[in-house]
Write a protein that binds this ligand. Structure first.
Ligand code: 1QQ
Length: 387
């Protein structure tokens, strides 16, 4: 070996050991959401939102004239699959940051991996209490259930001012559902409602006879469900089939038209609070809605809009950094750290309205909404926004 090549090999090794790997172009952002398993009912809309963001934002110049790339890793349905996906994105794909995972239960397992590797993460739909506090590198664009869920209770009481007795049901094996039911139960009490029964289930359950029987025996006027899409949808269906006639609130885990094939006609009337509305009047949202609707022939749902917003935040933060120092001159670890700092420093005009972050990475967002499901037939329906 020639002396010069020995020197360069040693140098390359030393650089690699120091972790000072150069940023590769195009810059890649990781999308670690659920593409398979039960949670794919929730993650599917996130894949669509991310792909739409890649196309839309690259058509508008990408990062100051250079396109960026998204790499997808399926986080599937449990903690270990989410950890694997995050590790691949960080160590094999060399992403600058990650949008994901889909559910809080996975975030509590996978986010610490990214945080220790100093890779910024933005949750597109992780809403449980405590997510931004996982670490310095962990933030979210998804407003916490503690803020969003009370809107649904107040909307239900407006629809039926005679509501007095409530049944609350939640998936005890899911961190988000446990967090959300805490907010729902507190809100019900604060509103002077009587919580007649609290019923637990598992996200893997398919038979809810025990819980529904307790609801019917409780003679309640409102049922509030915190679960994920398949279990939540089945619960709604069985409540109606066994004769429950009152109002139903579904939490964020039911916030997708992918529950329609599960509860079918019985989805009709379910009330769900929203962190996004296609009617949000900002120019950023209106152009998003227009192009999204042209491409998919329906209005953007919340999870697509939130995932779009997360990609947008990454891209705008990268643009700001690139203006000061070209991205391809950075070492990857240094860029990841600077990106985390820049994300927290910025303000973003997104389809969710203008958002920013507090110092822990919690999203600061102003407007929230409530929608009610209206089914046309057993398969198709839509979310109608309540005033
Ligand atoms: C969470 C959620 C999910 C149910 C949304 C996909 O809000 O896990 O925090």
């Amino acid at each position: 070996m020639k002396r010069s090549s020995i020197v360069s090999t040693v140098l390359a090794l030393a650089l690699a050991q120091a972790g000072a790997q150069k940023v590769e172009t195009p810059v890649t952002i990781g999308i670690g959401v659920s593409q398979t398993s039960n949670t794919a009912l929730l993650g599917q809309e996130e894949v669509i939102g991310a792909r739409f963001a890649e196309k839309f934002l690259n058509a508008r110049g990408g990062i100051n004239g250079t396109p960026f790339k998204l790499v997808f890793q399926d986080t599937a349905g449990d903690e270990n699959t989410a950890i694997n996906a995050f590790q691949n994105l960080i160590s094999k794909e060399h992403v600058v940051g990650i949008v994901g995972p889909t559910i809080s239960q996975q975030a509590f397992a996978a986010d610490p991996i990214a945080d220790r590797a100093k890779v910024p993460v933005l949750g597109p739909s992780t809403t449980a209490k405590g997510i931004p506090q996982i670490g310095e590198y962990i933030g979210r664009v998804s407003a916490p259930v503690a803020v969003v869920a009370p809107y649904a209770v107040r909307a239900a009481m407006k629809l039926d001012p005679k509501i007095k007795k409530v049944a609350v049901l939640y998936a005890q094996n899911d961190a988000f559902s446990v967090s959300e039911t805490g907010t729902f139960q507190q809100t019900a009490k604060d509103q002077g409602l009587n919580v007649a029964t609290v019923q637990k289930f598992q996200t893997t359950d398919t038979d809810f006879t025990t819980q529904v029987t307790a609801v019917l025996n409780g003679n309640v006027d409102l049922v509030i469900i915190s679960g994920l899409a398949a279990d939540g949808g089945n619960l709604v269906k069985q409540l109606r089939q066994l004769g429950y006639k009152g109002l139903i609130i579904g939490g964020n885990g039911l916030n997708t038209s992918n529950i329609f094939p599960v509860c079918q006609k019985q989805c009709d009337g379910v009330i769900i609070a929203q962190a996004y509305s296609p009617a949000q009047p900002s120019p950023a949202n209106q152009v998003f809605v227009k192009e999204y609707t042209a491409q998919y022939h329906k209005s953007p749902p919340q999870f697509a809009a939130q995932t779009y917003a997360a990609v947008q935040v990454f891209v705008e933060a990268l643009r700001a950094i690139d203006h000061k120092k070209k991205l391809n001159t950075w070492d990857l670890p240094a860029l990841r750290t600077e990106l985390n700092r820049q994300i927290l420093a910025g303000k973003y005009k997104t389809p969710l309205g203008e958002i920013s972050f507090d110092k822990e990475g919690e999203v600061i967002q102003k407007e929230f909404y409530v929608a009610q499901i209206k089914m046309k037939d057993a398969k198709s329906g839509s979310f109608f926004y309540l005033k």
